[in-house]
Design a protein around this ligand. Sequence first.
Ligand SMILES: *[C@@H]1O[C@H](CO)[C@@H](O)[C@H](O)[C@H]1NC(C)=O
Ligand SMILES: *[C@@H]1O[C@H](CO)[C@@H](O)[C@H](O)[C@H]1NC(C)=O
Ligand SMILES: *[C@@H]1O[C@H](CO)[C@@H](O)[C@H](O)[C@H]1NC(C)=O
Ligand SMILES: *[C@@H]1O[C@H](CO)[C@@H](O)[C@H](O)[C@H]1NC(C)=O
Ligand SMILES: *[C@@H]1O[C@H](CO)[C@@H](O)[C@H](O)[C@H]1NC(C)=O
Ligand SMILES: *[C@@H]1O[C@H](CO)[C@@H](O)[C@H](O)[C@H]1NC(C)=O
Ligand SMILES: *[C@@H]1O[C@H](CO)[C@@H](O)[C@H](O)[C@H]1NC(C)=O
Ligand SMILES: *[C@@H]1O[C@H](CO)[C@@H](O)[C@H](O)[C@H]1NC(C)=O
Length: 601
Amino acid sequence: MRPSLRILLALLCAIPTLSLPAQDSPYEVKERVRPPHGWIQHSKPPPDHTISLRIGLPQPNFGVLETHLYEVSDPNHSRYGQHLSKEEVEELVAPHPESLNAVNEWLASHGIQEEDISHSPARDWITLTIPIGLAEKMLDTKYHVWMNPTTGDYIVRTTSYSLPIDLHDHVDVIQPTTMFAQFKPYRSFIVKSDEKPLDINTALGTLTNPATGLVVDASCNDTITVPCLAQLYNSTGYIPSARPDNAIGITGYLGEYANTADLQQFYAEQRPDAVNSSFKFISVNGGINNQSEPGYEANLDVQFAFGLSHPIPATFYSTPGSPPFQPDVNTPTNTNEPYSDWIDFVLSQENLPLTISTSYGDDEQTVPQSYAQRVCQDLAQLGTRGISLLFSSGDNGVGDGESNPTAQSCFTNDGKNQTQFIPAFPASIVSVTAVGGTENVAPEVAVSRFYSGGGFSNYFPRPSYQDEAVSGYLKALKPGTYEGLYNASGRGYPDIAAQGDRFRIIVGGSPVSIGGTSASAPTIAGFIALLNDYRLTRSLPPLGFLNPFIYQKGYAGFTDILSGHNSGCGTTGFNVTKGWDPVTGFGTPNFGILKDLVLYA
Ligand SMILES: *[C@@H]1O[C@H](CO)[C@@H](O)[C@H](O)[C@H]1NC(C)=O
Ligand SMILES: *[C@@H]1O[C@H](CO)[C@@H](O)[C@H](O)[C@H]1NC(C)=O
Ligand SMILES: *[C@@H]1O[C@H](CO)[C@@H](O)[C@H](O)[C@H]1NC(C)=O
Ligand SMILES: *[C@@H]1O[C@H](CO)[C@@H](O)[C@H](O)[C@H]1NC(C)=O
Ligand SMILES: *[C@@H]1O[C@H](CO)[C@@H](O)[C@H](O)[C@H]1NC(C)=O
Ligand SMILES: *[C@@H]1O[C@H](CO)[C@@H](O)[C@H](O)[C@H]1NC(C)=O
Ligand SMILES: *[C@@H]1O[C@H](CO)[C@@H](O)[C@H](O)[C@H]1NC(C)=O
Ligand SMILES: *[C@@H]1O[C@H](CO)[C@@H](O)[C@H](O)[C@H]1NC(C)=O
């Protein structure tokens, strides 16, 4: 008999809460973190600095939403594919009216009225922009400008904040306070390519991938193009439709702009039938797409995701924010954390692309647990609505990509400064699909110029959908392997993989060879968009949250990677193995097989 779904699933985004020291005042510390490694306290923020606070209210019915998420994503369940509408999801994440009242009263006691704040559609997030001095008073804290000498970034943060005791149960999280994460593109190699135009017809012969029997152009071993991926992953000849109910989306941050002229040049070279087609640009919070500043990351993501899925409608989102603060410029600055702004925005939209890929992330330990959990809950809402979310698994293997023990930099941030593997976020979230990297074509192996991010979350326990696969992997490890370095009870990632190095893209009119799991996630997104096309044209609902399908049935449509490892933290990391492993997951897609599997899901 199946165990009760409710019991199995109650753990989805649940993170054990921190126990906090009480203070002798009506205020009590709500959250305290250690200043993350690499950040030093720099100065006081200027008095006229303003801050946009986001207050997350508890979602008392999240457990019900979670049950829906798993039922509609479980190919074995009678409700598979019966995704919820935006309004249905909002009803399930609405806060308790008492929480809204309590927070409103607290805001009013500081002179903040209803018209000064804005609510998310579900009213589970409140946003307000206030002077930093008022925020300090409301949160009984002191903000500082923090500086990261390595990156040159400055941010305005605090290491602890407090709330009146009565309010603690009515607030999950307030940010920006303790959130130091600085998500970066996962892109490790950029090399200017041969300026001579690519002639994809003069292949140097062919190679046969022994793992699949599929034949690819020999040039694909050095240069990955759209036709290479179609050959390698068995989608050559599949013609998707341009139906408006299927779309693919790419997120852009940090001034990464997707250039339309470069896209045309890329199409002319690698996808001639797509020439003259483009993407819909969506500005989030005033984000721009400056055509004078083509971005390596943005161009990589749109050229491959859209090149693989043409003519499926395509969307590029640009969200501004960061580097967030210039301490020498004495003007109020946007200290928003742009990733939350994007999530807010998409949750408020009725129509969304069915597949969305993000190639940015940071170390899990730079993200406060309370915030990580809310991101997990927010992304779970998108899955429940039928959206497939792909995230790059990171380029640093099990931590810093360093196999030399004396050069490694994987230290815990818990005050103990222990050497430990450092999982990546958002790849470690249980409600998204994390994508690792491979290279070479005959056969494919785990990527080795940088290392495929992989390992086990310290925040999110292992979800039931991957119990069998992950415990199988762990059982096969020699007893004692890396004891104390990784968390065997955590969510294992990545889930799957795709090529991640030597992608030929166009930037500023010139060819560039680029690598990183940044390339892998949009590649998978392209194939997921094709699979959704296949299902939709047969009047089946879209795939939605992919992991339950992948771990139950879909894995048979992925080619197992059998060679390589993911160095980091002074070790050679984990090895790829037969079946799932925390380097390349279940391996790389075989579209031809997957399209049969998704039909009978
Ligand atoms: C899926 O359902 C079939 C029968 O409908 C059953 O045999 C199988 O064990 C189920 N698989 C899982 C993973 O629940
Ligand atoms: C593919 O390229 C790698 C180096 O990048 C090389 O080691 C390997 O032998 C090549 N494979 C084939 C089949 O040419
Ligand atoms: C693209 O547009 C140009 C100008 O309208 C036209 O000459 C060309 O044939 C078009 N190419 C394709 C592939 O549609
Ligand atoms: C776009 O980029 C150009 C070149 O860097 C710059 O001069 C211009 O100010 C930018 N435009 C906007 C609106 O940011
Ligand atoms: C942690 O330990 C390493 C190695 O001993 C040292 O280099 C580093 O400075 C320590 N970091 C902190 C924050 O104590
Ligand atoms: C290991 O992960 C679990 C959740 O899966 C968590 O409760 C625990 O704190 C983690 N341990 C460490 C040392 O991070
Ligand atoms: C990975 O494989 C190498 C070579 O077989 C072996 O020496 C090493 O112990 C393995 N590492 C792990 C973590 O299993
Ligand atoms: C490629 O896909 C086709 C279906 O489109 C399938 O029949 C075939 O078996 C697949 N080839 C391989 C080698 O997996």
